[in-house]
Ligand binder design. Structure first.
Ligand SMILES: [Mn+2]
Length: 281
């Protein structure tokens, strides 16, 4: 393990990450996350918050964000990943290796939320080719061992976080929130919706037929959530768009940080001194 995360090393390691290096990264991350685990994490003292949406194995976008945001050298910055690290892209192993190294070396400044691709309660995503990318890198038996450890690691990732009046989650707002307590200690049904839900522009909710799981939720549900919790805005990932998308009169902001989808652009968000900066890659 390196003393300081070095972007050039992450680039040079493409295709060359050894089993024991990956295994060590996963084991150490589990150790840290076990001590930290809480379903909802409050970000307290970040002067600059860097928000990264879905990555899906897009190492290049990840390293570009780390570089452009000056995350490593700016000690007053925190990086928040909104989940969906593996599946789809060509560099899933490298992407995990990078974010886990950040978690290990800069743990207080690195937050990894859980996305729906960090399989929850056996609800598999389509695609789920992460096991195959482990297999390609490490061979059958070692890939299986590593995958078991990843499942353990995913169970230790928080479902949501907040920073001042902003609430962050991978998918969306549950349709049945009645108290703030349900956010701090969500049950399995709420967690599932945090990971899978999407906003829609008409009031009410519908079954999320596009995803086959969870719901789409309307502006009335967002309004109610804001009234109950006191948050003013929700930032999430999960949905394919050109970097950013607004719903519910700007109360919901989607951030999308991967270029693995054809013709889609990627972006990331910086929140500094109460101001939001949207940056395209
Ligand atoms: Mn997702």
């Amino acid at each position: 393990m390196y003393m300081k995360p070095n972007l050039e090393i992450f680039r040079e390691k493409v295709g060359k990450i050894l089993y024991h290096e990956m295994d060590e990264a996963v084991e150490k991350s589990i150790e840290i996350l076990e001590k930290e685990f809480f379903p909802h994490v409050k970000i307290k003292k970040a002067e600059k918050l860097i928000v990264v949406g879905d990555l899906h194995g897009d190492l290049d976008s990840l390293l570009t964000i780390i570089e452009k945001s000056d995350f490593i050298s700016n000690k007053n910055s925190t990086i928040l990943f909104l989940g969906d690290y593996g599946d789809r892209g060509l560099y899933q192993v490298e992407t995990y290796f990078t974010i886990l190294t950040l978690k290990i070396l800069l743990k207080g400044r690195t937050i990894l939320l859980r996305g729906n691709h960090e399989i929850f309660n056996g609800y598999e995503t389509i695609p789920h080719d992460f096991p195959r990318s482990l297999l390609k890198s490490f061979g059958y038996h070692k890939a299986q061992e590593l995958y078991e450890k990843f499942r353990k690691l995913w169970d230790l990732l928080p479902y949501s976080t907040s920073y001042n009046k902003i609430f962050f989650v991978h998918g969306g707002l549950p349709i049945n929130i009645e108290s703030k307590e349900q956010i701090i200690k969500p049950d399995d049904e709420i967690i599932l919706q945090f990971l899978w839900n999407d906003p829609m522009e008409e009031n009410g909710y519908k079954e999320n037929v596009y995803r086959n799981l969870g719901y789409t939720f309307g502006p009335d549900i967002t309004k109610k959530f804001i009234e109950i919790t006191g948050f003013e805005k929700i930032v999430r990932g999960h949905e394919v768009c050109d970097g950013f998308k607004e719903n519910h009169e700007g109360r919901i902001l989607t951030v999308f940080s991967t270029k693995v989808y054809n013709n889609k652009k990627a972006g990331f968000l910086i929140i500094e001194n109460g101001k939001e900066k949207r940056i395209m890659l």
